[in-house]
Design a protein around this ligand. Sequence first.
Ligand SMILES: C[S@@+](CC[C@H](N)C(=O)[O-])C[C@H]1O[C@@H](n2cnc3c(N)ncnc32)[C@H](O)[C@@H]1O
Length: 266
Amino acid sequence: MEVKIDQPSVVGEYDDALQALLQLLWGDGFLSPGGAEEIRRLLAGSDIRGCNVLDIGAALGVVDQLLVEEHGAASVVGVDVDPTMLRQMDERIARAGLADRVTSLCVMPGPLPVADDAFDVVFSKDSIVQIPDKRGLFTDIHRILRPGGRLIASDWLRGGTGEYSPQMMEYFRLEGIAYNMASIEESVEALQAAGFVNIQVEDRNGWYLKLARRELESLEGPMYPLLVERLGADKAGHFVTNWRQLVMVVERGELRPAHLKASKRS
Ligand SMILES: C[S@@+](CC[C@H](N)C(=O)[O-])C[C@H]1O[C@@H](n2cnc3c(N)ncnc32)[C@H](O)[C@@H]1O
């Protein structure tokens, strides 16, 4: 696989095998860890009832469904660069009977085709890492939020700055998807530069380390025969190697999931 750092996500990089693996590990419709429980944790203390929400990196749409069904959002627009995944999102949302409240929007990397002050909340789960220019992104999110609006996001951040370790480079190679990582400090600076206030960060490295170790145990053990059956021996072996490397870089503190919250001044 190719290392894809500091460049936009390419349509199709979440191929069928990667989507299948991630959903086996993380649950139906989820391409990020923690399921509904982690969304609850991210939204703790942040009431979105009655809000119009834009979700960046909506993918298969299960998160958007939860934002409406469980968390009471009035509406959600889920944006993504990948039209194939958004078709799956539309089917899921139609099955759930939510098509009048949840819509998908296929976008190009870059400024969002959305009016100023249009949303109460911009939400994102583990997708900002795929967007290279954080300051440009946060400035654009600030533009589309109404005064007093909130950004609520979870993202894959990095520990440290500068050159990546050989372990991280190998992790990027095994993953094969676009990684544009920022540290907690760099993310806070970019949010401040975009005009955000009330910035809060929660480091989720410890939580994910425990979960990632369990994921690896499962991939190496009880889930392995199913992986081979569904994806073939080569892909199954690749994903086990990938997860060993993932656990290593989470242990080293170089891959750090975190929650980011910030507000636009009223
Ligand atoms: C790790 S997945 C997370 C998906 C979903 N939020 C979840 O938690 O299941 C990242 C998603 O971000 C999308 N993405 C990458 N670059 C993007 C961009 N510039 N704008 C919107 N979505 C993007 C990818 O296509 C992918 O669906």
